[in-house]
Structure formats: structure tokens, C-alpha cells
Design a protein around this ligand. Structure first.
Ligand code: ADP
Ligand code: ADP
Ligand code: ZN
Length: 217
């Protein structure tokens, strides 16, 4: 099954994708994570992407489509994947449909994790991850069971993203509404769009997603 999670930055896409990855054996494909890896590696793509990401704008369609195209050739995603943070423009959505079609596959579902803008500053400025294993946390909404120790790996070092600052959030939300929100009518028109209420607690959002996926298998 191929599934797209849509929604604003900080809306909970990555959190939910990780949870579904564990329960459904679907691989999470996050273009944000892939681009951050490219930045960390100092590659050409990474150098080009860094300034754009720090400014809260979108990396070019050409770059992210090439990254996903290459990733989809790997055997671990032959049976399915959850796209998290991709597509982010209609051009990317069209490219994804074409890439899957070339491989004799199709996108089964696009699910919007709907979260109004007024929730987003708190979600994003409180976000941090385990430096060792990448598990996601939040200062208020998702604390580790033992303060300062990662639940998943026992790590004690945590990191915050350079773009998760209050000044960048407004720009990222603008970018979302202008360039990514048009994907909602795009998928609605194809009959593949579902919506879940992303303002509820993490476990409740997962339950709503499970309900939708249960009907698909
Ligand atoms: P996205 O991948 O959409 O950018 P994340 O999954 O990283 O968003 O979530 C952003 C922050 O909000 C994280 O710190 C996460 O722990 C927290 N979070 C995610 N879902 C919820 C929720 N339903 N309620 C409260 N906080 C949440
Ligand atoms: P969030 O869900 O919090 O917005 P992501 O990790 O998905 O964060 O993305 C971080 C940044 O990486 C984005 O602000 C953008 O600059 C870039 N990016 C990620 N995915 C894409 C994409 N599909 N197209 C263009 N830029 C992207
Ligand atoms: Zn960890």
C-alpha cells in the first residue's frame, strides 16, 4: 500500500508515520529527513538545499522528485510506503503518480492530518528528537518517560532543528497554504482523500488512521 500523509509543518505527520511503520510494516519516506541527511553529508544537493530549508521555503521540485525516484527503486519499498512531507506541490504529486505508474503501482490513499495554524507554533517550537535514534519528542505533549533519557534507545542527547524557530514558522505556514494545500483538492478530485482530526492526542490520531487503513488492508 502506498499512502501520502498531508498536513502543515509540525502537524504530526512524522509522529504518525513512525507509529504506522511499526504496526503496518510500511516504510516511512520523509523527504525532510532525506534532505537533512544530504545537508549533513555536505553533498552538492545538501549545500543547495540548506539555505532554502532554513528560510522555510521549498527545495526545488526537481531535487526532491529525483530523491524519491531513486529511493523508490530500492527493494524495501516494493510493497508499500508512507510518504511524509512529499509531495508538497501539485507538480510533485503529478510526478509521484507517474513514477508509481511506471512501476505498475498506484497511490492508494492521501490522508490529511488536519491541524489549524494556531496549534502550530507550540507544536514546532517544542519539538526535539533523540540524537542517536531519531525518536521524536515534545516539551509538553510527548516527554520521555524518564526525563532526559530516550524511551527507545536510552540515549541522553537530543537535538532541535535549525528551522524549528518561531520566526521561521510563519514562513513555513505561508508556504504550506500557498504551495501544498492545493494538493487537497487534487487528491479529492481523484477520490483518494481522507481527513483525520490532528488536534487530538497522538494515540487518538493513530486510532483514526488505523480505522481508515483497516478498510484497505
Ligand atoms: P510533522 O512531521 O508533521 O512536521 P511531527 O510529527 O514532527 O510533525 O510533530 C511535531 C511536534 O508535535 C513533535 O514534537 C510531536 O511530538 C508533537 N505532536 C505530534 N502529534 C501531536 C499531537 N497529536 N498532539 C500533540 N503533539 C503532537
Ligand atoms: P515539516 O513537516 O516540519 O515542515 P520537513 O522535515 O517535512 O518538515 O521539511 C523540512 C524542510 O525541508 C521544508 O521546510 C522544506 O524546505 C524541505 N522539504 C521537505 N520536503 C520537501 C518537499 N517534498 N519539497 C520541497 N521541499 C521539501
Ligand atoms: Zn533514542
Amino acid at each position: 500500500m502506498y499512502l501520502v500523509l498531508l498536513g502543515p509543518p509540525g502537524g504530526g505527520k512524522g509522529t504518525q508515520a513512525k507509529r504506522l511503520q511499526e504496526t503496518h510494516g510500511l516504510v516511512q519516506l520523509s523527504t525532510g529527513d532525506m534532505l537533512r541527511a544530504a545537508v549533513a553529508s555536505g553533498s552538492d544537493v545538501g549545500r543547495r538545499a540548506k539555505a532554502v530549508m532554513d528560510a522555510g521555503q521549498l527545495v526545488s521540485d526537481e531535487i526532491v522528485i529525483a530523491i524519491i525516484d531513486e529511493r523508490l527503486d530500492q527493494p524495501d519499498v516494493a510493497k508499500g510506503a508512507i510518504f511524509d512531507g512529499f509531495p508538497r506541490t501539485v507538480a510533485q504529486a503529478e510526478a509521484l503518480d507517474a513514477m508509481l505508474a511506471r512501476k505498475g503501482k498506484k497511490l492508494d490513499l492521501a490522508i490529511e492530518v488536519r491541524v489549524p495554524d494556531e496549534f502550530i507554533v507550540e507544536r514546532i517550537t517544542g519539538r526535539y528528537t533523540c540524537a542517536k535514534c531519531g525518536a521524536g519528542y515534545h516539551d509538553t505533549f510527548q516527554k520521555p518517560k524518564v526525563d532526559g533519557i530516550c524511551d527507545s534507545c536510552g540515549g541522553t542527547e537530543f537535538v532541535r532543528r535549525p528551522d524549528d524557530r518561531v520566526e521561521t514558522v510563519t514562513k513555513r505556514l505561508e508556504t504550506y497554504h500557498a504551495q501544498t494545500a492545493p494538493l487537497l483538492p487534487y487528491y479529492e478530485g481523484k477520490g483518494t482523500l481522507k481527513v483525520v482530526d490532528g488536534t487530538r492526542e497522538i494515540v487518538e490520531v493513530t486510532r483514526a488512521l488505523e480505522d481508515i487503513l483497516g478498510g484497505i488492508g
